[in-house]
Design a protein around this ligand. Structure first.
Ligand SMILES: Nc1ncnc2c1ncn2[C@@H]1O[C@H](COP(=O)(O)OP(=O)(O)OP(=O)(O)O)[C@@H](O)[C@H]1O
Length: 253
């Protein structure tokens, strides 16, 4: 049995009268990819934001390991071992790939003030942080691009860099928001390979619109529509679910 690393139960987020996430429960296990799919506006990003602390839930519980993290700050949740990548990039384009990863690594250090120049000079002198960065770059396949200015990296490499920055915080749980967005075929294939490689040491939640990638990667699927879970199970179970076929995947699937 895989190890349960994150468990969210009965999570609800209301924006005024709209329940963007409505009593959603999700469990994330090490060595498993749990994909969350659904049409635009289904509540996938809001769910991700609740788990990462970017939004406080209206109600519900979230446990990361033994700690109740619902409503805690993103910085605290990150330090407790949850890493997330964003749909909109977090990368500092004028900085090198290496310096971006260093900044991310430094961000989980205690009492780090918001001052990138201070972080970089501190990180340069810290061998433990440097090792963390080297490992993150290697895992993400970016070692040879370490000294490239991030703004000159390809779109695919920038998405890999997002993941390297997340890995530099040494998370046990990874939340990935559309890591394949805007990628061509070759870039998507190498990202799929990377995510498969990362699965071994992490519990992963993947929000993704590319259904080929989702069905290639996911061990578990949750389907959301209008803030609610309409189905959850293995890809085969979800594909066979009549509600899902009617509401989302289409009869031809
Ligand atoms: N900050 C906010 N204030 C008010 N409404 C919001 C806010 N954020 C999201 N919503 C609404 O909540 C619902 C769910 O949005 P969300 O972005 O979570 O959906 P999604 O499934 O991630 O969509 P997409 O696939 O397009 O990214 C939508 O109706 C959206 O308009």
């Amino acid at each position: 049995m895989s190890e349960l690393l994150l468990s969210a139960s009965q999570l609800t987020k209301r924006f005024g009268g709209l329940a963007a996430v409505n009593e959603v429960s999700v469990d994330l296990f090490r060595d498993r990819i749990h994909a969350v799919i659904g049409p635009n506006g289904a509540g996938k990003s809001t769910l991700t934001n609740l788990l990462s602390g970017d939004l406080p839930p209206t109600s519900g519980q979230i446990r990361l390991g033994q700690t109740d993290i619902a409503g805690k700050s993103p910085e605290r949740i990150s330090r407790l071992g949850l890493g997330r990548s964003y749909q909109k990039t977090n990368i500092f384009l004028p900085f090198t790939v290496w310096d971006n990863v260093r900044l991310a690594a430094q961000s989980v250090e205690r009492h780090a003030p918001w001052n990138p120049a201070h972080w970089l000079s501190k990180a340069r002198k810290n061998p433990a942080i440097n090792q963390r960065c080297e490992r993150a770059l290697e895992l993400a396949g970016l070692t040879l691009r370490a000294h490239t200015v991030a703004g000159n990296a390809s779109h695919g490499e920038q998405r890999q860099l997002e993941i390297a920055m997340t890995l530099a915080t040494e998370p046990s749980v990874l939340l990935l928001d559309e890591p394949l967005a805007g990628m061509g075929q070759a870039e998507a294939e190498s990202m799929i390979e990377l995510l498969q490689k990362l699965k071994k040491d992490h519990a992963m939640m993947l929000v993704e619109h590319d259904m080929d990638a989702v069905f290639a990667l996911a061990d578990q699927l949750t389907v959301m529509v209008n803030g609610q879970v309409i189905a959850t199970g293995t890809p085969a179970e979800v594909r066979a679910d009549a509600n899902v076929q009617a509401a989302y995947l289409g009869e031809e699937n």
